[in-house]
Design a protein around this ligand. Sequence first.
Ligand code: ZN
Length: 451
Amino acid sequence: MSAVRKPIICCALALISGLHWACSGAYAGEYPPPGSRTGPQNIILLIGDGMGPAHIKAYREYIDDPATPGAEKLAFDPYLVGSLDTDSSDPPGNITDSASSATAYATGVRTIDGALSVDAQNRPLGTVLEHAKALGMATGLVATSDIVHATPAAFASHQLDREQKNDIANQYFDNQHNGMPMVDILLGGGHKYFVRDDRDLVSEFVGKGYSLLRNRPQLINAQGDKLLGLFAREGLDKMWDRNPTTPSLADMARVAVRALSNNARGFFLMVEGSQIDWAAHDNDIVGVISEMQDFDLAVAAMLEFAHDEGNTLVIATADHETGGLSIGSKDSGEDLYFWDVDVIKTFSHTPAKITDEAQASGNLIDAFHDATTLNLTEKERKNLGRVDLANWDKTRRAVSQVINRRSYTGWTTYGHTAVDVNLYAYGPGSESLRGHWENTRLGQRIFQLLK
Ligand SMILES: [Zn+2]
């Protein structure tokens, strides 16, 4: 499939980006010399999956130090340039999923929900990552989900169905450029999609010179500029639930830019805070704060790199809003102008880990008290005591509901909403992103900035 597909990708790429080189795959002699591109040397795109304006506000409240005047800031707060409309293409006005939204950023084209860098007729669309590779740049994908999940997958694979994760993993190896896989640095979860009965992609990557990394110490000490880091069977644990051998998003992003910087022609890197969305799908505000923290620290690390390097564009945004999160709710039964962040501050880990512990011990009340100093009311104690612990989702949801009521956190849905997302940019080219745009505009601008 990929042998047939590659020239099509290349031609689609040439069409979209206005490039005119032959679609032969032999680019070696045609790279622009290092430093000759007019756009920024490096582009880092950070995506907080599901991160709407209320998720950002909630985290800002969480990090606020009452002892200092004014509110503490997120790393990207000084660099707000605009907002993006995230609708998908079919029908117009439909709410997007992560696949069609990531396709808009990766290709500059809107597609149907579930599709990864193909149009509704399954025709491949060239991506900014493939374009960067064709220019001789280094490329990387970093995520806290499995690395074949929709957002990273849209940058380096072409699939009508985002759930075909084995095929997406195959494409990461099979879609090659000059005899090497298209992505130089792959860091995230999803080991089970790479080592399967029918294929051992880890061995194939290692055969091409990639270093395999399975834990944080291996990541921190990684050498070389081809890295395959798979730190969990599927998604990584949430930041507040991780053990010390699991890297943070900032750890992975730092190692990625260190390795990618070896290329004199620059790099394109996408970094995703994947599980802000997952926590919001569960209406879990503690999980949202945990994953916002992971994302914020990664943004800070990338901005620090960009400050020092001087010719790097850092873009941060979300792919859509998840949960219809609201800072304040009618749950209290009163007309109360209050959101109680202190309730969230009492937690040391998230409802996901509380649920795991309850299933192991058979006691949800004890597991709840292990995670927080919050005292349960008699009614809450009774409700949690009745939960069927065999049902993981229902247990976690029951825990989240207690926290939502106590903190006056509101949610309108377990799905996505059409709320606009914020757009942040720092570095050369950032001015060109100022304003409110359709999400496709971001992908189109990245193609232009790679010139
Ligand atoms: Zn989602």
